[in-house]
Design a protein around this ligand. Sequence first.
Ligand SMILES: O=C(O)C(=O)C[C@]1(C(=O)O)C=C[C@@H](O)C=C1
Length: 304
Amino acid sequence: MPPPKSPLDDLRREIDHIDDTIHDLLMRRAAVVERVGVVKGQIEAAEGQVSGNPQTPIYLRPAREAVILRRLMARHAGSFPAMAVTRMWREMITAFTRLQGPFAVAVYAPEDRRGFWDVARDHFGSVVPMTAVNSPAAAIRAVSEGTATVGVVPYPAEDDADPWWRFLVSSDARTPRVVARLPFAGRGNARGEDRDALAIALVPHEPTGDDRTLLGIELGHDLSRGRLKDHLETSGLAPTYFCTWHARDPSGPSIHLVEVADFVDHTDPRLAAFAGRLGEIPVRINIVGGYAVPLHFSHDARKV
Ligand SMILES: O=C(O)C(=O)C[C@]1(C(=O)O)C=C[C@@H](O)C=C1
């Protein structure tokens, strides 16, 4: 006699069928991502030929990743926790990116401060090669030299006397840019530092529809922070965060890092308006990068 049918059998068969469908779709997505990688490689090779400066392609597109997650969160419904969906997609997206080309992460996580490690792992997944480095400068170096695709460094602190971000205030195309703010998709059970982290990479600053931009502003003459803020505000670039670094040599430069609640690139007329307002004061403005505004989860993490 066959064993009596358990009331679970049909439900489990349904789950097996759903798992097969999810798995099939993952394998299908992988094939499409590989085709995207080929096209990106062709586009970058053509651009390298035009500029006479071919570079190893970097496939990461943090802006697109942010748009994907925001779109999924906007359609999410039901009892499955929203934050669990984003965790799965974060693990998947880096695994997919690695189908296109090499990918490694250098995280500022000295032995006595491991907090950013969890935050980086949550964002880039548990399979990607990840190395701890002892200073933000080492993370920047790893990205510039190509030993890491992404560096993870602390969100700038106003009172940092030797801030890492000043190394990113440069117009050199080989200077890494800020490309994401972490955590992007909720903190979960990650240990953290007292502040967020920023991801840096050799990837262009691209809009997502809800962005912050970091401007590095070098002035040829002294100007009070108050006056500088006024000029920024009247040019439509009201700062949401502001740090200043003074060179030790008093005749040396002061550089300001200004965060603006919008997407700004070099062609933005507000930058020209701001430079115009400064009149005789020489100014150099660099786009240090920017990031998609992270997702906000409600307390029970079910819904964004
Ligand atoms: O849209 C792209 O550019 C892709 O390469 C695809 C994809 C993805 O898996 O969806 C992978 C890597 C990028 O960082 C962004 C998105």
